[in-house]
Design a protein around this ligand. Structure first.
Ligand code: 5RP
Length: 262
């Protein structure tokens, strides 16, 4: 039962469950990456198996592709799908304007491409992801391995003119070796503490030749669905300017994904 889940997993699960309301048979759906998105993939898999939901899923990472196949979702590439009805993904931070920092799971490049190729992007999150000002979470920048020190230096120089509080740049590691993205690149995490002007930062950082993509999602997210440990879910749609509160009765909700792992 969901009551056996931790409050944080309950929050992620019910946010994901609520997001399935946006998915109908026949749709092409972008599948995000991370622990919250993994709940979504599980929920959709259950609907495919038990309710006859017919969707094509475009995963944003190799690990999401693996999970989606395991739960029975028909996985296609973005090239095959061409355009998607909706993408549902997690986030590391979001603000009032639904600007996001993503890439904590190292997948923001594919995530941004897939979300941008969708009619709608829906973010699912627990309440800890909401911030007044972005930047407490380190901003991931995917960079080419070629010329890494040059790219690193250029980013450092660029930050001098930016409205940020910290300037530490740390290469992401996987144990003793550099973290490698699905696209074969490195990630630099920028510890900025505060990002005063995300739009300016995003534009300028992306002009540096070795930068592939930064983790700021600006004017991409349409809806944020936030789950809480007590069964409350808030849905905010900035395109329609609506907010809604939904309540899940946790006692009745079978937790079929007790062994979920990201
Ligand atoms: C992966 C991401 C994830 O959506 C983000 O890191 C949130 O993950 P989680 O749901 O595990 O907190 O951007 O690149």
């Amino acid at each position: 039962m969901s009551s056996e889940l931790s409050p944080i997993d309950t929050a992620k699960f019910i946010a994901a469950k609520q997001a399935t309301e946006y998915v109908e048979s026949g749709m092409k759906v972008g599948l995000g990456t991370g622990s919250t998105a993994a709940w979504l993939v599980q929920c959709l898999g259950e609907m495919v198996r038990d309710e006859g939901l017919k969707i094509k899923g475009v995963p944003t990472s190799d690990r999401t592709a693996k999970l989606a196949r395991e739960v029975g979702i028909d996985v296609v590439t973005l090239d095959e799908a061409k355009w998607l009805d909706v993408t549902i993904d997690g986030t590391d931070e979001y603000d009032d304007e639904l600007t996001l920092i993503k890439g904590g799971g190292g997948a923001h490049l594919r995530e941004k491409i897939v979300a941008t190729a969708s009619d709608r992007m829906i973010v699912i999150a627990d309440a800890s992801k909401k911030v007044d000002t972005l930047g407490a979470f380190p901003l991931p920048i995917e960079v080419l391995p070629f010329g890494l020190p040059v790219t690193h230096g250029l980013i450092e120089e660029t930050l001098i003119g930016m409205d940020v509080l910290g300037r530490d740049i740390v290469q992401r590691m996987a144990g003793d070796t550099p973290y490698i993205t699905d696209e074969g690149n490195f990630i630099l995490d920028l510890h900025l503490k505060r990002i005063g002007d995300p739009r300016q930062l995003s534009l300028i950082v992306n002009q540096i030749p070795g930068v592939v993509e930064n983790g700021l999602f600006i004017d991409i997210c349409d809806v944020v669905i936030v789950g809480h440990g007590d069964g409350k879910v808030t849905v905010r749609d900035i395109t329609n300017d609506t907010s809604e509160v939904v309540r899940f009765d946790l006692r009745d909700d079978d937790n079929i994904f007790a062994d979920i792992a990201d």
